[in-house]
Design a protein around this ligand. Structure first.
Ligand SMILES: [Zn+2]
Length: 384
């Protein structure tokens, strides 16, 4: 016998618009829809939530770690599980664990772990993001320059083979290390491609978009900036309508006015979506950790290498949503969409993710007026 619940007493954001005096209907692990309070069927058990807002579970496409685990240090099923669980209390019900530049052996282990996680339907696991190693050393950020390398035909074979068993595979690459033909081959395999850690010109970026790149990784950070004679990757991404942009909204990586400019430019089919770029610190009181043999220090909401380079973010998704709603020109609907609906659209998984309409998985979050998490449901089960 199936379990039917009707969640009432809150405003509901379905991914597009707000609903008042309505109920969110859940049947087992799936959303049944949103109806007026008076139209709740008698076979539904009502759950009173007393104020606040219900919204679709957050989707984070760039998560290096959490719960004390960094994927690069622990590329295993256990590591993936710890990372997915660590982000759940912050409203993230689906994420792409992200491996930054590493050796071919570590990359292979991460791919194997991801394939295992997908075959076991690991809760919260959505696929894999490989950020590197095919990047530019000029914009390396915290990536180890010794491990950055050009893409080979062998790499393309490995990645396209991985895509056969990983539904959502995202690769951040730089045109300096991957040519247009290679980009086209990866895109033809169904891999999502994103420009990042690159000093490419605007023209080179546009050629990469034409070849099959559909987004840029952490817009503004570790990429050629917009200047008046050379608009760089930033200019090309903001000025190309269908290109999506990941954004780290922690108040340190990108200035609020720069975000406001990007918001105006990305109001077409390509959108800004929020990523945390979180490291192992999320959900822990860790004060430092190791990355490719180097120490990263955590202080005042920032993670830095000894030379001051930002090394990922000390950020969870509800904090990013709160930052957008309070510190930028973004309204609440847009801030919530950036954390759920837009990343789902980018991955083309909106049949089951990124909204609260019929057919979506029962992934949703209850937040209060201060934009803090009250409860989280994953696959129809209350997890928090
Ligand atoms: Zn990066």
């Amino acid at each position: 016998m199936s379990e039917k619940s009707a969640y009432i007493g809150t405003t509901i954001f379905d991914g597009q618009q707000m609903h008042h005096n309505s109920a969110l209907l859940l049947k087992d692990d799936r959303i049944e829809g949103i109806v007026a309070i008076d139209n709740i069927g008698s076979d539904y058990q009502c759950v009173e939530l007393n104020a606040g807002l219900l919204t679709s579970g957050f989707i984070d496409l760039q998560v290096n770690g959490g719960g004390g685990v960094l994927l690069n240090e622990n590329p295993s099923l256990d590591g993936l599980q710890t990372i997915c669980e660590a982000h759940l209390p912050f409203g993230t019900t689906a994420l792409l664990p992200t491996l930054i530049t590493d050796t071919p052996e570590i990359t292979e282990r991460a791919i194997e772990a991801a394939i295992e996680a997908e075959s076991l339907s690991l809760p919260g696991f959505l696929g894999l993001h490989l950020e590197g190693p095919h990047l530019s050393t000029i914009k390396k950020g915290a990536h180890s320059p010794n491990l950055i390398r050009r893409m080979s035909d062998k790499d393309i074979g490995i990645l396209c083979e991985a895509k056969r068993n990983i539904s959502n595979l995202l690769i951040t690459l730089a045109p300096e290390a991957v040519d247009s033909d290679q980009i086209a081959q990866l895109a033809a395999c169904g891999i999502h491609l994103s420009l990042g850690h690159s000093a490419a010109t605007a023209l080179e970026a546009k050629q990469a978009f034409k070849a099959g790149v559909s987004s840029v990784t952490h817009l503004f950070n570790a990429m050629s900036p917009l200047t008046h004679r050379e608009p760089g990757i930033v200019g090309a991404a903001l000025n190309t309508d269908n290109i999506y942009c990941g954004l780290i909204a922690d108040g340190y990586h990108v200035n609020s006015d720069a975000i406001n400019i990007a918001l105006k430019m990305k109001s077409g089919s390509g959108k800004l979506f929020l990523v945390t770029d979180a490291m192992s610190t999320i959900g822990t009181d860790q004060s430092e950790f190791e990355l490719n043999g180097r120490i990263v220090k955590r202080q005042d909401g920032r993670l830095t290498l000894s030379d001051g380079t930002l090394a990922g973010a000390d950020l969870d998704m509800i904090s990013a949503v709160r930052f957008m709603a309070k510190e930028t020109n973004c309204n609440m609907e847009e801030a919530l969409s950036m954390a759920s609906n837009y990343p789902a659209r980018y991955l083309n998984i909106t049949q089951e993710y990124g909204h609260l309409n019929k057919g979506a998985f029962g992934n949703f979050v209850h937040i209060n007026d201060q934009i803090e998490i009250l409860s989280v449901w994953q696959n129809g089960q209350k997890a928090q």
